[in-house]
Design a protein around this ligand. Structure first.
Ligand code: A2P
Length: 294
């Protein structure tokens, strides 16, 4: 399918008019320190202008250093970070934004996301808790410390609840999305509500790359499985956030604008059996902190 975007810096437009480069560089599990700093710098040198991190990744300081080391102007980078589950509620959220700004060494964020929703199974008043966290997001958005605000890993029931109280509607929902685990109903529902959907682990953390069927399909287009997966996200209007610690693979992951996936292959990719699933589900994890290795 044809898509609007033709290069790494072409954009998706959010509900408030803010634009995001259509392919971002992810930093989950990239070790803090020199590795993250160098990877972020390399990604920017490879042409990426959209960097995605999170407080919980523990690498915000190095992400900030990498951006500065690349020597591009702050306003030429789209920088996303995420609010962590230990900081829920209005006051803690406001403080969490300040902490992330300090870590990143910047005075504004382009996008700030609730990393995981509070859920019924662990938080009886989960609706209220998410609403209060969101109020903190709205305050910082209105003060101009954040250009856009959104969510991650919210399922339709969490979205519906938040929609009842949100004065500024969330602009993004970032979800695990790749062939073998698409959560397509949640993606479509998020888009219907006016959000841009983003894909974390668009390569299934690397696990889908060995699949035989995917290799055969990618070969047909003269592309790698990674490129096929990234294009699959874009053709679903989902903004992919692939990560790599290797300069060659970072560059290769951006070469996805010179082919189109045939309709029948899109269908096959969408209907693949479970593959490369991270195991993270908001409602089913045994306990907030434990589920995330805390
Ligand atoms: P590496 O850092 O050695 O490149 P995801 O973004 O879905 O979480 O997947 C990330 C994983 O996929 C990392 O292990 C990364 O390893 C690997 N990876 C990223 N790009 C490619 C690529 N083009 N070819 C092969 N492996 C890749």
């Amino acid at each position: 399918m044809m898509i609007k975007q033709n290069k790494l810096t072409d954009v998706f437009t959010l509900a408030n008019g803010v634009t995001i480069p259509c392919l971002g560089y992810g930093t989950w599990q990239t070790p803090d320190g020199e590795t993250t700093k160098n990877c972020v710098k390399m990604a920017i040198e490879a042409g990426y202008r959209h960097i995605d991190t999170a407080f919980a990744y523990g690498n915000e300081v190095s992400v900030g250093e990498g951006i500065r080391a690349a020597g591009v102007k702050r306003e030429d980078i789209f920088l996303t970070t995420k609010h962590w589950i230990t900081e829920r509620g209005y006051d803690k959220t406001v403080a969490a934004v300040e902490a992330s700004l300090k870590n990143l060494g910047t005075d504004y964020l382009d996008l700030y996301l609730i990393h995981w929703p509070a859920v019924a199974r662990r938080t009886p008043n989960w609706e209220e808790v998410n609403a209060e966290t969101w109020r903190g997001f709205e305050k910082m958005y209105r003060e101009g410390k954040i250009r856009a605000i959104g969510l991650s890993n919210f399922e339709p029931k969490h979205l519906d609840a938040l929609w009842k109280t949100a004065e500024v509607k969330p602009m993004v929902n970032q979800l695990e999305f790749h062939p073998g685990y698409t959560q397509i109903d949640t993606i479509r529902y998020s888009q219907k509500l006016g959000m841009v959907a983003q894909a974390w682990s668009p390569l299934g953390c690397g696990a889908v790359l060995k699949d035989e069927m995917l290799n055969a399909m990618a070969a047909k287009y003269g592309k790698s499985v990674a490129q096929l997966c990234i294009r699959f996200a874009l053709e679903n209007k989902v903004l992919p956030l692939p990560k790599s610690t290797n300069a060659g693979r970072m560059a290769a992951n951006a070469e996805v604008f010179d082919f189109e996936i045939a309709d029948e292959d899109m269908k096959t990719l969408m209907e693949m059996p479970l593959l490369g699933f991270s195991g993270f589900i908001a409602e089913e994890a045994p306990a907030d902190a434990l589920a995330f290795g805390e």
